[in-house]
Design a protein around this ligand. Structure first.
Ligand code: FAD
Ligand code: SF4
Length: 511
């Protein structure tokens, strides 16, 4: 049966069973489409990374003897819309069956369901063969439970997949979680190797985007593109991580530093989210490297990494399918403010935000704590509408795909889900930032001041936020300590803090 098989841009799974043998009746289809470049304003490096990776994947498919139709963005046949392209190809190639892999985004899932209903030929959906879990596995796991604590799901995954287990029931190393030892500040040592970089010339794709007038954000060095865009590139980033970074990964997971963009982070998120690497092979490789180097790499470094991939990543996927589409509209704290303009330009005097945002604009990357405790923290303290915050996060990062972006942003970072993912909002004053980074040392604002003209804006915004949102935290035990500290403030102290906070909120771009 003449079959059209769709491969989406984030389905570049070389190990998928579809590709293990060739069949002359199978026609694969991939396309660069305005539908995808325009549903959000993406970072230019993100669009380039996807297009370059899709092109490399097509080359790989063709070299293995598969038939592929690939539409570049300016191809004359490209209708720029998925359904229109599919309809056109079905007619042109006399297709008798349509097959696709299950998309990870709700919007594409809906579109493909609708498309499949609309055609008269047979259709079939396949698993992407990428994740450890199926879409609904998390929902089943938590059935009947009030709280969706990640830790229990993570332990279940460790047991189920026999990952870092001492025996059937107990974790290797005697502890499930070494999070408490993952909180060191980085002060110039141990030295951090240069990231595994690539110096690719991607001028052609950049010109194509310009020619088609695609609106993007951020900057690009088009002769020295630095992200992995092929299976070989991705494997080399993984190897590099094992050899050079794993050793200190856990210790400095929460550290922040002005001179270090990546610290000991792996930079694997794009390779994983585009599916060029599978989470299974990443964990197998990292764990086997650890087994060979147990003398020099402590289990706490490894466990921190395993938790991110086997725990958080699979957990976010499950939450997404459990909570969508309602999740996209959630705004439990009723935040209504606009995101400051400086998120798009990097022009702010606050040193922490200046670094985190400019780095994001230049490299399409910020590590987790920058996303959570700098940009996310500030947006929440400023009481920005989660739609505004999501729009920014969905655009700016190389790894931003809705299933993992929205759960981290709306859920973990903005508490807009009212506590489905996080038990309390991730907010802090300047104190935490000062403890974990060197940002405050050269900042125009003083982290120890609260209400003066040169006081760190995070300080007054923090108390103002807690005061404004009192009713939301009334029954949240994990907020008790913060709220009782708030209640100890005199009326005069609180009023001075609130005045300063109001001044910042009125025009954050001045700060
Ligand atoms: P490492 O620190 O080396 O971690 C290894 C891997 O673990 C990552 O590559 C990633 O696949 C996984 N991982 C780590 N933390 C998480 C997490 N919280 N959720 C899911 N997977 C995780 N991650 C995305 O992949 N896409 C996003 O759009 C995204 N948006 C985020 C938005 C906010 C507000 C926050 C707080 C976090 C977001 N994250 C997102 C999670 C995390 O920040 C990134 O996965 C990580 O920074 C990517 O860099 P890395 O590969 O060097 O990660
Ligand atoms: Fe950020 Fe405040 Fe520190 Fe400045 S003083 S870097 S604004 S936390």
């Amino acid at each position: 049966v003449k079959t059209l098989r769709l491969v989406l841009g984030d389905q570049l799974n070389h190990q998928h069973s579809w590709f293990s043998s060739t069949n002359e009746n199978h026609l694969y289809f991939m396309a660069e489409m305005e539908q995808e470049t325009n549903y959000a304003t993406h970072h230019i490096q993100k669009v380039v990374a996807f297009f370059e990776s899709m092109r490399n994947f097509t080359k790989w498919l063709k070299a293995r003897g598969h038939s592929v139709v690939y539409y570049k963005l300016d191809s004359s046949e490209n209708k720029q819309d998925l359904a229109e392209n599919l309809n056109y190809l079905i007619e042109k190639h006399h297709i008798e069956k349509f097959e696709h892999q299950l998309p990870d985004e709700y919007r594409l899932d809906e579109q493909l369901k609708k498309f499949c209903k609309s055609v008269s030929i047979k259709t079939k959906a396949y698993d992407t063969e990428h994740f450890y879990t199926e879409r609904t596995e998390l929902e089943t796991f938590y059935e009947g439970k009030k709280e969706l604590t990640m830790e229990y799901f993570y332990r279940h995954m460790r047991k189920k997949h026999n990952i870092l287990m001492g025996n059937e029931k107990d974790p290797e190393g005697g502890k499930w979680n070494f999070d408490k030892s993952n909180r060191k500040k980085w002060k110039g040592s141990p030295s951090i190797p240069h990231e595994k970089g690539f110096r690719k010339d991607v001028s052609e794709i950049v010109s194509l985007l310009n020619k088609k007038g695609i609106k993007t954000m951020g900057n690009i060095d088009k002769k020295n593109f630095n992200w992995p865009t092929s299976r070989e590139d991705c494997l080399s980033v993984l190897n590099y991580f094992c050899k050079n970074l794993l050793q200190h990964f856990g210790d400095y997971q929460d550290a922040l530093h002005t001179e270090q963009l990546y610290l000991f982070h792996s930079r694997l998120s794009f390779a994983l989210n585009s599916k060029m690497l599978s989470p299974q092979e990443v964990l197998e490789k990292v764990i086997s490297h650890w087994r060979e180097h147990k003398n020099s790499i402590d289990i706490s470094q490894l466990e921190g990494f395993v938790r991110q991939i086997l725990g958080w990543r699979e957990y976010m996927r499950g939450i997404y399918w459990k909570e969508m589409p309602g999740f996209r509209r959630s705004n439990k704290l009723d935040n209504q403010n606009k995101l400051p303009n400086f998120y798009w330009t990097g022009k702010t005097k606050m040193n922490c935000l200046h670094h985190a945002i400019n780095q994001s604009l230049d490299h399409a990357y910020a590590h987790h704590i920058q996303r959570l405790m700098i940009t996310g923290n500030f947006a929440l303290l400023l009481q920005c509408h989660p739609d505004e915050v999501d729009t920014w996060y969905l655009g700016i990062y190389i790894d931003a795909i809705e299933w993992v972006e929205i759960t981290n942003t709306r859920g973990m970072s903005q508490f807009a889900d009212g506590g489905v993912i996080a038990t309390k909002p991730y907010v802090s004053s300047g104190n935490y930032i000062n403890k974990m980074s060197n940002y405050c040392k050269n900042c125009q604002y003083s982290v120890s001041k609260k209400t003066e003209d040169d006081a760190c804006p995070f300080n007054s915004l923090y108390w103002n936020f807690l005061d404004d949102k009192r009713k939301h935290f009334k029954n949240n035990q994990r907020m008790n300590m913060m709220m009782s500290l708030l209640n100890k403030k005199t009326a005069k102290e609180l009023s001075a803090l609130k005045n300063r906070a109001q001044e910042i909120m009125k025009n954050p771009d001045k700060f």
